[in-house]
Design a protein around this ligand. Structure first.
Ligand code: BES
Ligand code: MN
Ligand code: ZN
Length: 502
């Protein structure tokens, strides 16, 4: 889908679907919606008076134009209450509109810039939000669905933002470019997690990283199994040993021009499939474990976006990736593994594998001098129980870093909630024969997971994002489809841009 900005008059736009908007409770639309309504002889006002449309957020009203406008159809999208309106509502309204246009088989769509009218938000921010909502909302993972034979497939080829005032066009274009970069990267993250596990293997992630590096001018280095063992990443090697697809350790580096303001490291859990290993998952829990590499995918997405946005901050992406399987060589419950930082780990449960591969990656990150290390992982089922598929769990050793991530999440609409660390919970991981064990049972398992990782994160500011719930939805939202969401890629990009601006 092409996304373009044009200066002009909405009532003159020739297209299949023309999108305007309405705040909740407004009975006589003004601005661009008012102009379209007048051209239609007041039909929108009539339908509002008949209470067919109240402007509730993400509600839509379809009005055929019967030749009164060059557009074939007008779609009015509800913006909700004016008091509660902001960038998140713009993203949602834009996504609702594009989904409606697709459902109506539109090939061309023209929209006004939500928020820039009476809401009076900065046009660049509105433009970014409209672009994000449109591109995120249009996403569908349908490549494995055969097309119906007799129906001609119509695709929405063009979405156009039309703005009347010529002096706003340049800033709107900048915002749209930024939104497009971020949303395209989020859709790439979604694709990686939605693809079946026999496609997205550790080596596939490595090849994706290499391609990203080539396209975006990043540094990329991939370690194979031999190198992983040589580098004393025994946990990664051991978790991957039951699989026919060997593990990989991926490094990506983005360096801005000049001396960077800060150096930030992102670490993504890349379990390409989590069967549970010998502590095998029951069938219903194994479902969707192809998405256990969502943290890794998010890191790849951030690197793709950052390579294009070029903020003044150095970013390293580290991805330990392997498949957690059963087999003659599989690692066992009762095994003792020595992580890269020298600590020994008793395996209590082979299904607590994410923290093991992250132990090696965090130990490695701790050897470098970063201003912040952030790991992203589908770590615990307990996080889905505690925070639903609504909040990402945030833990860590540095309150300032945690606060900055939570604030970035509030900006992007990706909700984050902090979980506490506690010595008594840590003691649940005490082992009789090793330095630590990888699981102390189900109680407080998300906090246990976070406190396990803390043993390997070293002294630098570190935060852990548990995205087990938020990376995957079984019910679509406005701009998040059923399936992989891309969370928390956009939040990390917002955080990095904010760090670069300091
Ligand atoms: N990948 C899972 C966590 C998960 C569960 C992600 C549901 C997404 C949805 C992780 O490797 C796991 O199996 N965790 C176990 C840990 C337990 C054995 C301590 C869990 O949470 O049950
Ligand atoms: Mn597991
Ligand atoms: Zn897992």
């Amino acid at each position: 889908m092409e996304l373009i900005v044009q200066q002009g008059d909405l009532t003159q736009a020739a297209c299949d679907v023309l999108v305007v908007n309405l705040f909740e409770g407004v009975t006589h639309p003004g601005g661009a919606t008012g102009a379209v309504d007048r051209a239609l002889g007041g039909w929108i006002t009539d339908l509002i008076a008949q209470e067919q449309f109240k402007g509730k957020l993400n509600a839509t009203l379809d009005v055929p134009t019967f030749g009164k406008l060059p557009a074939k159809r007008v779609v009015v999208v509800g913006l909700g209450k004016a008091e509660a309106f902001g960038e998140e509502q713009i993203r949602q309204a834009a996504a609702t509109a594009v989904k409606r246009a697709k459902a109506l088989q539109a090939e061309t769509m023209v929209t006004l810039l939500h928020g820039a009218g009476i809401a009076g938000l900065p046009p660049a921010a509105c433009a970014q939000a409209v672009a994000e909502g449109t591109v995120l909302g249009a996403y569908e993972f349908d490549k494995y669905k055969s097309a119906p034979k007799d129906e001609p497939k119509r695709v929405l080829g063009t979405a156009m933002i039309v703005e009347h005032s010529a002096e706003k066009i340049a800033v709107i274009e900048e915002g749209v470019t930024r939104g497009r970069i971020v949303a395209d990267a989020a859709n790439m993250v979604r694709d990686l997690a939605n693809e079946p596990p026999d496609v997205v293997t550790p080596d596939y992630l490595a090849r994706t990283a290499r391609q990203l590096a080539e396209d975006g001018g990043l540094q990329c280095d991939v370690w194979d199994e031999g190198r992983i063992v040589e580098e004393r990443m025994n946990c990664l090697a051991m978790v991957g040993r039951g699989s026919a697809h060997p593990p990989r350790f991926i490094h990506l580096d983005y360096m801005p021009a000049g001396t960077p303001a800060r150096r930030i490291c992102l670490v993504g859990k890349g379990i390409s499939y989590d069967s549970g290993g010998l502590s095998l998952k029951p069938a219903e829990h194994m479902r969707h474990m192809k998405t256990d590499m969502s943290g890794a995918a998010a890191v790849l997405g951030v690197m793709q976006a950052i390579a294009q946005l070029k903020p003044h901050v150095a970013v390293t992406g580290l991805i330990p990736t392997c498949e957690n399987m059963v087999g003659g060589a599989a690692y066992k419950v009762d095994d003792i593994l020595r992580a890269r930082n020298g600590k020994t780990i008793e395996v209590d449960n082979t299904d607590a594998e994410g923290r093991l591969i992250l132990a090696d990656a965090l130990s490695y990150a701790a050897e470098q001098q970063y201003d912040a290390v952030i790991d992203i992982a589908t770590l615990t089922g307990g996080c889905v129980i505690a925070l639903a598929r609504v909040w990402t769990g945030v833990m860590g050793t540095d309150q300032e870093l945690i606060d900055a991530i939570i604030a970035a999440g509030a900006q992007t609409g990706e909700k984050m909630w902090m979980l506490p660390f506690d010595d008594e919970v840590r003691s649940m991981l005490d082992s009789d024969i090793a330095d630590i064990k990888n699981s102390g049972g189900r109680e407080g398992s998300s906090i246990q997971g976070g406190m396990f990782l803390k043993e390997f994160a070293g002294e630098q500011p570190w935060a852990h994002l548990d995205i087990a719930g938020t990376s995957y939805l079984d019910k679509a939202r406005a701009y998040e489809p059923k399936g992989a969401t891309g969370v928390p890629m956009r939040t990390l990009v917002a955080y990095l841009l904010q760090q670069a601006a300091q």
